[in-house]
Design a protein around this ligand. Structure first.
Ligand code: IPE
Ligand code: IPE
Ligand code: MG
Length: 248
């Protein structure tokens, strides 16, 4: 188990993304309904945000609700929306204390009106905070984001705002919501599943992946530091060879 002291502050990832998974199984292990797991996941969110802020990480993206999660039983979806609003309200003091500013990526048009309003208020109230940028992926999926970007590109070409010959990785990225932030260097997934589940598909091209068996409600600062320490032991080659990386 890593502690904060084991983290090399000079080698921090700029952006960490997290697939917070395992709430339902955690609840089942405790003989409770799934929503009990979601409620207990809030503690893990707080710990992760604080850990990232303490280290001085600049961007943290949390996958909170996928476009596919709308297909869950309606009562679970409703409970998650209520919990989201409650959490944003109850965590506001922690966000302000840690100078965290809030951002959102995803198809928020699908969110209930009241939830959307609450999110906009929270974004506004935290907009001058200059510490960690906390990005919530809500009603988000990588395929949705890419398709949405392609639609906007097509529209700009049709309206002669863009020439298809000028389309590059950089210019295409400007149409992707999540690409207003740097690509994550590290992606953590909890609960022992080894998949991406439609998260930042474009942005994770060279992201380091870290999987842990810990179920999300049990995730604490030390688990976050573990992931960072593990990340710091890796050699990121981006298609080059090791000798080139050591020379650079
Ligand atoms: C993650 O936990 C939370 C959301 C996807 C909203 P799950 O609810 O997926 O929990 P498991 O994977 O069923 O245990
Ligand atoms: C991924 O978890 C989405 C979030 C954590 C918000 P899921 O539980 O929805 O993913 P699958 O269905 O196991 O792939
Ligand atoms: Mg799950």
């Amino acid at each position: 188990m890593a502690s904060k002291e084991q983290v090399n502050i000079d080698k921090l990832p700029l952006h960490v993304a997290v697939i917070m998974d395992g709430n339902g199984r955690w609840a089942q292990q405790h003989g409770q309904e799934r929503v009990f797991g979601h409620q207990n996941g809030v503690v893990a969110v707080r710990e992760t945000v604080e850990a990232a802020a303490e280290l001085g990480i600049k961007y943290l993206t949390l996958y909170a609700f996928s476009t596919e999660n709308w297909n869950r039983p309606q009562e679970e979806v409703d409970a998650l929306m209520i919990l989201l609003v409650q959490t944003i309200r109850s965590e506001m003091d922690t966000l302000q204390k840690n100078k965290v500013s809030l951002g959102i990526i995803g198809d928020t048009e699908k969110m209930p009106e009241g939830v959307k309003e609450e999110l906009l208020i929270a974004i506004d109230e935290t907009k001058y905070n200059n510490g960690l940028k906390l990005i919530l992926a809500l009603s988000y999926s990588g395929r949705w984001e890419i398709l949405n970007a392609v639609r906007k590109v097509a529209l700009d070409i049709r309206n002669e705002k863009l020439d298809e010959n000028d389309l590059s990785f950089d210019s295409f990225e400007s149409y992707l919501e999540a690409s207003k932030y740097p690509d994550p260097e590290l992606l953590i997934r909890t609960s022992g599943e080894f998949r991406i589940s439609n998260f930042l598909l474009w942005q994770i091209a060279y992201t380091e992946l870290y999987f842990t068996d810990v179920l999300w409600p049990d995730f604490r600062k030390k688990e976050f530091f573990d992931a960072i320490v593990d990340f710091q032991s890796r050699e990121r080659r981006f298609g080059k060879i090791s000798a080139q990386i050591k020379r650079d």
